[in-house]
Structures are given as structure tokens and as C-alpha cells.
Ligand binder design. Structure first.
Ligand SMILES: [Zn+2]
Ligand SMILES: [Zn+2]
Length: 106
């Protein structure tokens, strides 16, 4: 979720630290203090947790109802859930990045 960090003044894809409940900036790794409880709730609802940022290319899966590792299908034209194989809505730019890094379905 894009939030303006009040430490480094960059707009960042902020994550919620599940344990501390703090919102963390992905640019400077500092806590963003200028957030409302509504923002924290929204991050929680979207499961934008800090741990999951380490898991590469996790997207919301409609079938699993949670964020799962996405993989490029063998035909290379879509990204599917690594758990159930359901197609995931991913931008073509993201798909290309995944291809470049070799995140293909086995
Ligand atoms: Zn920052
Ligand atoms: Zn799935």
C-alpha cells in the first residue's frame, strides 16, 4: 500500500509488522508514524505484512483467498497461483520481471 513516509519523504509500498503493529517504510526501513488507525487496518485487511515482502511475487489468489506465490505458466502468457494453479491478475510488467528472474511453474 502506497504511503508517504514521514522519515525519508518518499512514497513507499509500506508494510505492517505483524508483531509490533508498526508500519514500516520499504525505502528507509524506519517506522512511519504519520499513519491513521484506518491505514493500519487497511494494511491488515490486505495482508500487507512485512514478512511477506520477503516472499517474492506473492499475489492475492481468488481461490485460496490469500496471498500466494505466483508463478509464470509454461505458456508464458499468464501468472498462476503456485498452490492451486488459479490464474492471478498480474500486470504484464510484473509478469515480465518474473520471467526474467525465472519464476516459472515447474
Ligand atoms: Zn522512509
Ligand atoms: Zn491459489
Amino acid at each position: 500500500m502506497l504511503i508517504l513516509c514521514n522519515r525519508c519523504n518518499n512514497t513507499t509500498d509500506a508494510r505492517l509488522n505483524k508483531k509490533t503493529g508498526k508500519v514500516i517504510c520499504m525505502n528507509c526501513s524506519e517506522e512511519i508514524t504519520a499513519v491513521t488507525p484506518q491505514t493500519i487496518n487497511a494494511l491488515r485487511n490486505m495482508r500487507e505484512y512485512l514478512e511477506e515482502s520477503k516472499q517474492s511475487f506473492a499475489f492475492q489468489c481468488d481461490k485460496c483467498k490469500e496471498r500466494k506465490q505466483g508463478l509464470v505458466a509454461r505458456d508464458g502468457v499468464k501468472v498462476v497461483c503456485g498452490t492451486c494453479g488459479e490464474e492471478m491478475q498480474v500486470s504484464s510488467l510484473m509478469r515480465q520481471t518474473m520471467k526474467d528472474l525465472g519464476y516459472y511453474q515447474s
